[in-house]
Design a protein around this ligand. Sequence first.
Ligand SMILES: N[C@@H](CCC(=O)N[C@@H](CS)C(=O)NCC(=O)O)C(=O)O
Length: 298
Amino acid sequence: MSGLQLFTDFSKNEQVFQLACWMSCLRPSICNNSLRFIQKVAKCRMWESAHLDAGSDKPAIDDNKIKLYNMRFCPFAERTVLVLLAKKVPFEVVNIDLKKKPDWFVESTFGKVPVILHKGKIIPESLITSDYLDEVYPEPKLHPSDPLQKALDRVVVEKQSQMMKYLYPIFAKVPGRVVTNEEKVEHFKNLVEHLKTFEVELASRGTTYLGGDEPCMADYMIWPYFERIEALPILLGELGQNFVLPSNLGAVKSWMNAMRMTEPVKAYGFSPARMAKITQIHNETGGYDDALKESYGL
Ligand SMILES: N[C@@H](CCC(=O)N[C@@H](CS)C(=O)NCC(=O)O)C(=O)O
């Protein structure tokens, strides 16, 4: 079985992983190398399974388990995954090819990810799914219990989400037009200007995370944007030095470093190198699984 096959088939991947663990107990010297390889591949877990496209069968649904319709590098779906991981909720992932969506996905949803399926119901939208999970699985509580603080945190999420209008044209392929390098540099200047509002917010709170010593819902909701900002210097190649955050965003950078240390981001987040590679391949080919495979290990 090749590494690539393992990579795209999670259930087989898990079985082989279990088998390798069992074999290594019996004959450690023989299969140490293959065990290390399989462990490395299996670490990707189910969220790196192949993206199902038109014509693929609808996966079986267990109403008592959380199932997530996902796209592995969708920043909005990432929000939901981070919440599930923060709460250590068992869940299953079905990755969807958003360029060739399966009929059963289109028929039962708004056609976008994330979507969670729970207790026979279908719940779309990253913020709605995250709020739902916070109520159903209260530990750790991610929204502040004080309604005023919760509202203020939501304002931060709304405000910081506005950065997408600058980030997206630098990062993604804009349909129907080519964004020039000059335009990208201009967008980045605007992005940095925008991030000064976050710098002020963090400085006024004076805490490691928006949530204090631990991340709260707002931290997880905005993190996916920053994961993409971190990849810009690599993604832009020779122009990369124009896309580095300046030193006057010290609080933002400290917050980013702290977010990188959280367990959910360590488990699901992409390194800047991998994020850049995935984006480059996806922008070139429009593919999902090839981008994941070719960036594997970065
Ligand atoms: N407001 C939605 C946005 C989700 C969204 O735009 N997801 C993208 C992938 S990153 C998507 O599913 N796009 C497919 C499409 O628009 O056809 C949310 O927060 O969940």
